[in-house]
Design a protein around this ligand. Structure first.
Ligand SMILES: [Zn+2]
Length: 417
C-alpha cells in the first residue's frame, strides 16, 4: 500500500512525500506509484503531535464541574462519578477523546485511567498510538494493592495481543496516593517488562509539604529513594522543584511533562521551570492532562499556553521560543516513548499532519511553527495520518457522529445513574 502526498510544503520546500506501508520512504520529487494520492497544494506537512499525559475517558466529564477548589472538585464531583464508571463508559469516553485528538492533530497519547483494556481497544480501533497503563491507587490499603497487582498482571499477560501502535506502561498514580511497598512493586514490575513508569510528581505544594513531613524529603528525592526514577520514567507536572530535584531528574534521564493549562486551571500555584529543566538536560514533553481539568485536548492551545506562561512568569518574551515548543510537542514525545516519529523525514514512521494554509490563522505565511504555536488552533489540521493510514481527511473522521452520540449518552447516564 502506498500513499503519495503531492506538492505540499515539507521542511520549507514544495515537495512530495511517498509513504510505503507505515513509513516515509522518500521525500522530494518522487515517482507517482499507483496507490492513494493526497493533493498537498495549499497544505504544509508537519509531524503529528504527542500528548504525553492524559486521562482520556475523562472527556466524559468535560464541563460537568468547573471553577471549584481542587479537593471539593475531586471529592464532591469527580470521584463519585468515577465510582460509577463502567468499562463501556471508558470505551466511549476514550473514543470521544481520540476523536478530538485526531481532529486536532494528535496521534499519540500517554494515558493513565481505569479499564485500560478499553482504552487500548479504542486506540486500536481508531488507528492512533497510545501508551496504556496499569494503574495503582491504593492509599495504603493492602487489599486494594493486591487488586491492582492482579490487574497489572492481567493487562500485561495480554501484551502480545496488541498492535505495535500500543505500548503498555505502569502507572502508580502519585507518591501520596500509593504506598511505598506498592510503589516498589510497580517499579520492579515496570523494570521486568521494560515498560515506562508514568506518575504524577510534584504537582501541588501540599504534595511537597506532606512528603517532607512524612518522609523527611521532597517528592523527587523520595521518588529517587524508592528507585522510581530512570530513563523509562514519565513524570507529569513537575512544577514544585528545587535545584537538587532538577539535578536528580536530569541524572536519572527522566522525562518531565509540562501540563500548562491544567496547572493554571487547577490553580496549582507554581509553574513548570522550563529553562532550568532544559539547561539541566531533561527531556521535556507537553500534555493536556484529562479533559476534566483542562476541558480540551487540543495540543495547539497547550503549546501556546505553555510558552506564554513561561514568558509571563519569567518576565522574558524570549522564553520558550516557538521552535522549542513544537519540538516538545513532537520529537521529544517520540524520544520519550521510543517511537521512530516526531519529524517528517525519510525512514520515519508516517505520522503526519497536513495543515491547511488557507485557514485565516495561517496567513500570512512567514513562519510555519510561529503560526502553529501562536495563532492556530487544532482546526487548521485538514488531514491526520498515523502509521501510514489516513485517519482524517478534509476534517472528516469515520464514525464521528456515532462516537459523539454514544459518549454523550454515557456521560448523561453517569450523572443520572
Ligand atoms: Zn493527570
Amino acid at each position: 500500500m502506498t500513499l503519495l502526498i503531492k506538492n505540499a510544503m515539507v521542511n520549507g520546500k514544495k515537495q512530495s512525500i511517498l509513504i510505503e506501508g507505515n513509513r516515509i520512504s522518500s521525500i522530494g520529487k518522487v515517482a507517482d506509484k499507483s496507490g492513494m494520492v493526497i493533493d498537498g497544494a495549499g497544505k504544509a506537512a508537519v509531524p503529528a503531535l504527542f500528548n504525553c499525559h492524559t486521562h482520556a475517558a475523562m472527556s466524559l466529564f468535560r464541563g460537568y464541574a468547573d471553577d471549584m477548589p481542587l479537593h471539593a472538585w475531586l471529592n464532591d464531583k469527580i470521584w463519585p462519578l468515577e465510582a460509577k464508571l463502567t468499562a463501556e463508559d471508558v470505551y466511549w469516553g476514550t473514543k470521544l477523546a481520540i476523536l478530538e485528538m485526531i481532529k486536532t492533530g494528535t496521534t499519540f497519547f500517554n494515558d493513565m485511567y481505569w479499564h485500560p483494556l478499553e482504552t487500548a481497544k479504542a486506540a486500536e480501533e481508531m488507528g492512533v498510538r497510545a501508551a496504556v497503563s496499569a494503574i495503582f491507587l491504593d492509599f495504603g490499603d493492602e487489599e486494594k494493592a493486591a487488586h491492582f497487582r492482579d490487574e497489572a498482571r492481567r493487562l500485561f499477560w495480554r501484551k502480545d495481543e496488541f498492535s505495535p501502535r500500543i505500548q503498555l506502561a505502569v502507572a502508580p498514580h502519585s507518591i501520596y496516593s500509593v504506598s511505598r511497598p506498592t510503589l516498589a512493586w510497580a517499579r520492579d514490575f515496570a523494570k521486568k517488562h521494560q515498560a515506562r513508569l508514568h506518575i504524577h510528581l510534584s504537582e501541588t505544594e501540599r504534595e511537597v509539604k506532606d512528603c517532607v513531613a512524612k518522609n523527611g524529603m521532597r517528592p523527587i528525592a523520595y521518588a529517587d529513594d524508592v528507585g522510581l526514577l530512570s530513563e523509562r520514567t514519565i513524570a507529569a507536572h513537575c512544577i514544585w522543584l528545587d535545584d537538587d530535584e532538577i539535578r536528580m531528574l536530569a541524572e536519572k534521564k527522566v522525562t518531565a511533562v509540562y501540563d500548562a493549562v491544567s496547572n493554571m486551571k487547577l490553580a496549582n500555584g507554581s509553574f513548570f521551570p522550563y529553562d532550568r529543566l532544559k539547561n539541566a538536560g531533561v527531556n521535556i514533553c507537553l500534555a493536556t492532562d484529562g479533559a476534566a481539568s483542562s476541558n480540551a485536548l487540543d495540543m495547539f492551545t497547550e503549546m501556546k499556553v505553555a510558552t506564554i506562561l513561561q514568558k509571563h512568569m519569567t518576565g522574558s518574551p524570549a522564553a520558550f521560543p516557538h521552535g522549542e515548543v513544537f519540538s516538545c510537542a513532537t520529537k521529544h514525545g517520540a524520544k520519550a516513548f521510543g517511537i521512530n516519529a516526531g519529524v517528517v523525514a525519510e525512514g520515519k514512521l508516517a505520522d503526519i499532519l497536513m495543515i491547511d494554509r488557507r485557514q485565516v490563522s495561517m496567513v500570512p505565511y512567514f513562519d510555519l511553527t510561529s503560526n502553529l504555536v501562536y495563532s492556530a488552533n487544532g482546526s487548521v489540521v485538514d488531514t491526520t495520518i498515523c502509521d501510514g493510514v489516513v485517519l482524517m481527511e478534509g476534517r472528516k473522521v469515520d464514525g464521528e457522529e456515532e462516537i459523539m452520540d454514544k459518549a454523550d449518552e454515557a456521560a448523561q447516564g453517569l450523572v443520572q445513574r
